[in-house]
Design a binder for this molecule. Structure first.
Ligand code: SF4
Length: 639
């Protein structure tokens, strides 16, 4: 196995590049190396873990790191399967610096034994986003939606450069959201027979697509090669490790660990969308979190009528029953990508751009998710923003003309028609997407919703940010939380919007919750730094360090490097106390539900509820700082 990692530094302004080597042991992967480089350069880094190309399922994630334009802090975002082809370049990491004068495509290719080819080539971005419409694809069972935006650009780049590759290749690209906002993501999909497939994989969170385009002038990257390096492929040895730890072979342990993502007989469904919606019940969140203020009976009724009775039913019939599923591009028995035609369905985007926006119909949610994806948005953040704007329209705080749209949402729960009303809300969502991208009315999210929300307050005296559920970082950083009704998603961690926090649904006293979030950060960093998909965390969290110990003899050093990285990330923690009244209500109602519905009788819970009854503003502030104490005391620099 290689004992050094190769980082390819590319200056997008000139196309010049150089390779720098880092000893395994000084740095172990794309996270600690990306953190190191980001501390010195304003770069966007993407790379793979030491086990890319190995027999470990899920070991081929492409990990992006850099300073996030939306979160305004160091961020990590990753993309499933895209590291498998990257590994054929014979390098571990690309570090992009400088900015191309015109929007450009970065082309990376390498034939075995030869130097890497690096080209930065301008592209007519708006023409590519306008995209060709592939009639054949539609006729062959596609969605009927045109291949525009990110898809148009991917197709253009693949058509233009694909024939230059002797082996497998892949591309990733950004859409109009990367130009118009600070929360544009990056999309890729495996290439088959010269065409991008419909299995999108996203480095969505953190706006790193906006960064790639706005700070580096790179709209797409195409890469591939024929370099065969020495990857870990000894199944017998891996099985021995797994037998020693779990009394099971690797494949058996992995199959068992990924049940939820494939098909869970307990719920008669599969994937994150299927299993989460089957089990949410009264923990359901909808209509921009208004549901947290309802009674349990009202939430359960909503879940039964509109989710179990329609939204999930459609998904189960159309996707699960037909076994329409795929992998992200790497050999993986989880087959977590659940599909209907061109639409890939995960819980979080279909929740944020679904029930959170008052949409409970798959056709309506598909249209809005397509608009989000084709424009290249971070779908979860877009869902949070749209739900907030719809809430402002419904409450009358903003008028349709303020946002350049023609109507208001239909958010009346009584008599809600799952098809017609969802369709209406999705249509409004499409108008809002067009307004965000086209900056219509007063809407301008180029520097994020917090800054825009402050402007509206100055001009109109209305605190619209009070309706927006988000975590804040520094003066401008923002993040729509993961779609679970639990305090961990609003915790003051240095990186939010990912699973670097505890999101279990039980009540945990805040100080302890902070410690648990810190521990989760370390565990998840250990996975990300190894380039491993978190859906394999049931064994990956332990086994990656074990494997590094067995192959490199550096297990303790790896664990220490992760602890140092976590501590470094936290040393720049600029989390700001909740600015939105809705965050406080989210927490207060969670605590009450734990006591009244889940019958949690813990004295700490009762104490916190009493504190909220006395002075909810003060109680929320204390809860936030208790979490922060737990985080900071766990991530102090011990070294
Ligand atoms: S679980 Fe899904 S995303 Fe992860 S490696 Fe398997 S197919 Fe890819």
């Amino acid at each position: 196995m290689e004992t050094t990692q190769k980082a390819l530094y590319i200056d997008a302004s000139t196309g010049f590049y150089r390779v720098r080597r880092y000893k395994v042991g000084d740095y172990f992967g794309p996270v600690d190396l990306g953190l190191h480089i980001s501390g010195r350069l304003m770069s966007l880094n993407f790379g793979v873990g030491l086990f890319a190309g190995s027999i470990f399922p899920g070991s081929n994630r492409l990990i992006f790191t850099g300073f996030s334009p939306s979160w305004r802090g160091f961020y990590i975002s990753s993309m499933g399967g895209a590291g498998l082809v990257f590994d054929n370049l014979g390098i571990n990491l690309v570090s992009l610096v400088g900015k191309a004068a015109l929007p450009s495509v970065l082309y990376l290719n390498r034939f075995h034994g030869e130097e890497i080819e690096v080209e930065v080539e301008p592209i007519d971005l708006h023409a590519a986003w306008a995209g060709p419409v592939f009639a054949a694809r539609e006729a062959s069972g596609g969605s009927g939606f045109p291949r525009v935006g990110v898809y148009g650009l991917l197709d253009e780049v693949i058509a233009r450069h694909g024939p230059r590759y002797a082996g497998a290749y892949r591309a990733f690209a950004v859409g109009p959201a990367a130009e118009a906002t600070d929360f544009g993501g990056i999309v890729s999909s495996p290439v088959s027979e010269g065409r991008a497939t419909n299995v999108d994989t996203w480095a969505g969170r953190g706006g790193l697509g906006s960064k790639m385009l706005q700070e580096h002038g790179i709209a797409a990257v195409i890469y591939g090669g024929t370099v065969v390096d020495e990857d870990f492929r000894d199944r017998k040895v891996a099985d021995e490790w797994f037998e020693a730890k779990y009394k099971q072979k690797l494949a058996v342990k992995d199959f068992e660990a990924t049940t939820k993502y494939r098909f869970d007989p307990k719920f008669a469904t599969g994937g994150t969308l299927g299993v989460n919606y089957a089990s949410l019940g009264g923990r359901m969140i909808a209509f921009n979190y208004r549901s947290v203020e309802w009674s349990e009976e009202e939430r359960v009724r909503l879940h039964e009528d509109l989710v179990l009775g329609h939204y999930l039913k459609q998904f189960n019939e159309e996707t699960i029953a037909t076994k329409s599923q795929a992998t992200c591009g790497e050999p993986c028995s989880a087959v977590c990508k659940k599909l209907r035609g061109d639409f890939k369905k995960d819980y979080e985007p279909y929740q944020a751009l679904g029930p959170l926006c008052g949409i409970f119909d798959q056709r309506a949610a598909e249209r809005l998710n397509y608009a989000s994806d084709s424009n290249g948005f971070d779908a979860i953040s877009l869902g949070g923003v749209l739900a907030w704007l719809m809430d402002c329209l419904d409450s009358g705080e903003l008028r349709p003309e303020d946002l350049g749209v023609s109507t208001v949402p239909r958010w009346k729960v009584e008599g809600f028609d799952p098809v017609a009303d969802s369709g209406h809300n999705a249509d409004l969502g499409l108008e809002l997407v067009a307004s965000i991208v086209g900056k219509r009315g007063q809407l301008d999210l180029s520097e994020g919703p917090r800054k825009w929300g402050r402007r509206i307050r100055r001009e109109r005296g209305t605190r619209i940010l009070d309706r927006f559920v988000y975590t804040a970082n520094g003066r401008r950083g923002w993040m729509v939380p993961n779609q679970y009704w639990t305090p961990g998603v609003l915790s003051p961690m240095a990186i939010m919007g990912k699973y670097y926090m505890h999101y279990g649904s039980e009540f945990v006293p805040p100080r302890q919750l902070g410690r648990m979030c810190a521990e989760r950060l370390r565990k998840e960093l250990g996975m990300d730094n190894a380039g491993l998909c978190r859906f394999h965390r049931a064994w990956g969290e332990e086994m990656m360090a074990e494997a590094i110990g067995s192959v490199y003899g550096l297990k303790e050093q790896y664990l220490q490097a992760i602890a140092v990285a976590a501590s470094r990330i936290n040393s720049r923690n600029a989390a700001v106390y909740w600015e939105s009244a809705k965050n406080v209500e989210f927490l207060r109602s969670f605590l009450l539900r734990r006591r009244d519905v889940d019958k949690d009788e813990s004295p700490e819970l009762a104490t916190w509820i009493a504190a909220f009854e006395t002075d909810s503003a003060e109680a929320a502030l204390s809860f936030w700082f208790e979490m922060r104490k737990g985080i900071d005391e766990s991530l102090r620099d011990f070294f």
